[in-house]
Design a protein around this ligand. Structure first.
Ligand code: ADP
Ligand code: MG
Length: 254
């Protein structure tokens, strides 16, 4: 589904993505892990058009994405959430999702088509899906952090992606919010038949849901494979148990 070859990105001489090659199969749930500053967010930005690689290829369903703007890449079927919250804080929860649906559907089909009852049913469906039905009329900016992340997920799903990229979906969450979010993401991925690529610092989450794991270190993929193989990889253990200090397996990090 997603094929990446020889991807390279430097910021003023600092190499953040170093010759990364990567293959994601349809339906896979794949985690990218690595210490802070390893290049995980940069990698996502290169896939979604928020950054342009210095070299290398990104191909989605056989189509070359390099050079395309982010909105175009969303239209092709890739949606993402951001590490920082990205909702309209003064709109209600319902309005946030509704706006996302209207923006997506109008542009895709017909700007002059009547508002389709302003996509109320579709909005409701997405709120149900992410577990925010009860908060529909609350102001988005006043939601708890965890609920704002759920809202972001609903907004991302409004573009009807086939590939979903989540950048640290549980960062800043309480253990309860983390568990609820992960259960919900897992259900949604299954219900919608999505392919999921996510970054995550909480190893319990990673090993709980990832089918494959790739480890980034200083911008390079140092290991990639099934969870058990990655867990036992000597270089991975060195990175996590050695210089990283606090980045142990299994804890709630940060
Ligand atoms: N726009 C940018 N300009 C300069 N340096 C950047 C930029 N974005 C990321 N970096 C650097 O690239 C490295 C990787 O960052 P990032 O991809 O955010 O890592 P991660 O998400 O794994 O924590 C860091 O050293 C960061 O400071
Ligand atoms: Mg990051």
């Amino acid at each position: 589904m997603l094929q990446i070859g020889g991807l390279w990105k430097a910021f003023a001489g600092f190499v953040a993505t170093r010759d990364v090659s990567f293959d994601l199969a349809v339906g896979q749930t794949h985690a990218i892990i690595g210490p802070n500053g390893a290049g995980k967010t940069t990698f996502f930005n290169l896939i979604t058009g928020h950054l342009r690689p210095d070299r290398g290829s990104v191909s989605f369903e056989g189509r070359d994405l390099v050079g395309l703007p982010p909105q175009k890449i969303v239209r092709l079927g890739i949606a993402r959430s951001f590490q920082r919250i990205n909702v309209y804080p003064r709109l209600t929860v319902f309005e946030n999702v509704q706006v996302a649906l209207i923006a997506h559907e109008h542009q895709q089909w017909n700007l002059w088509r009547p508002g389709r009852s302003l996509y109320r049913a579709g909005t409701q469906e997405l709120l149900d899906l992410v577990g925010l039905a009860a908060e529909a009329v609350e102001i988005a900016g006043e939601l708890s952090y965890g609920k704002q992340k759920q809202l972001e997920l609903a907004i991302a799903l409004a573009s009807q992606p086939r590939l979903l990229l989540l950048d640290e979906p549980t960062a800043g969450m309480s253990p309860q919010e983390t568990a609820a979010t992960i259960a919900s993401v897992r259900d949604i991925v299954k219900a919608r038949g999505l392919t999921l690529l996510f970054t995550e610092h909480d190893m319990a989450v990673v090993f709980g849901i990832a089918e494959r794991i790739s480890v980034l270190h200083h911008g390079e993929i140092i290991a990639s494979g099934e969870p058990d193989a990655v867990r036992n990889d000597p270089e991975v253990r060195r990175v996590y148990l050695g210089e990283g200090g606090g980045h142990g397996w299994g804890g709630h990090g940060q």
